[in-house]
Design a protein around this ligand. Structure first.
Ligand code: 8X3
Length: 251
């Protein structure tokens, strides 16, 4: 059956890969992001291939705008089946005693509070309908801290705790909660983390074949398509030569 899938941060990386894979899966998409132009290009591209797409322009940090955008969805689009809480970022890799407070705030506001905003706005409808699936994009970074990861790792540890907490809170319903924990994925992630220092970002993926956004999106679609009695609660997805957040073997 066609599902309505809402993906936050759908303009690039894992979010965009999820948009394409869920489109290939035949689902209807609500794509959110901050970049209106990119969203509209993606909508055109997917619509041309026969996917029904609605785009919403807002930053998950803006609670009022998120609420307004969701309220204004056409009635038939409000019955969201799958929420992919993907919007998130890492900024900096400084020791905790030297990090930038503003950057910490941006990560906390996006990765934790933004995810909570979307969850709080969308999950009540799922509970009412006794149907739905929340797929949170966590990280291997949430399993254990790595050098310089401090606050980013803490936000992803929060995603793990919030996924586990929500799973308990909806255990009496048919709703499923999945925490996807990618390792090294080559996207714009490191360019953003290193403020556009492309060389430093590229060096992270040298000597190892990293994952792609598609590798993660495949797992998201698998979890969403699993039979109703199967809840893919958590998946850690690493590159083959990566063993943890801090153990990466480059050749
Ligand atoms: C992305 C994976 O290892 O760069 O969350 O933190 S890592």
């Amino acid at each position: 059956m066609k599902k309505i899938v809402l993906i936050t941060g759908a303009t690039s990386g894992i979010g965009l890969a999820c948009a394409k894979k869920f489109a290939e899966n035949g689902d209807r998409l609500i794509l959110t992001g901050r970049n209106e132009e990119r969203l509209s290009e993606i909508r055109k591209e997917l619509t041309a291939k026969g996917t029904e797409v609605i785009t919403l322009v807002f930053d998950v940090r803006d609670r009022e705008k998120a609420k307004k955008n969701l309220n204004e969805l056409p009635q038939e689009w409000k019955v969201i089946d799958v929420l992919v809480n993907n919007a998130g970022l890492a900024l900096g890799l400084e020791p905790e005693y030297e990090g930038c407070l503003d950057e910490w705030e941006t990560m906390i506001d996006t990765n934790i509070k933004g995810l909570l905003t979307m969850t709080r706005l969308i999950v009540p409808g799922m509970v009412e309908r006794n149907r739905g699936h929340i797929i949170n994009v966590g990280s291997v970074a949430g399993d254990a801290a790595y050098a310089g990861g401090n606050v980013y790792c803490a936000t992803k540890a929060a995603v793990k705790a919030l996924s586990d907490g929500l799973r308990i809170d909806v255990a009496n319903t048919a709703i499923r909660v999945t925490n996807l924990k990618p390792g090294l994925v080559e996207t714009n992630f490191s360019n953003i983390r290193f403020h556009g220092d492309y060389e430093r970002a590229a060096s992270l993926y040298k000597g190892i074949k990293p994952l792609t956004g598609d590798d993660i999106a495949d797992v998201a679609v698998y979890a969403a398509n699993a039979p109703e009695h199967v809840q893919i609660a958590e998946v850690l997805i690493l590159a083959t030569h990566q063993a943890s957040g801090s153990v990466i073997v480059r050749k």
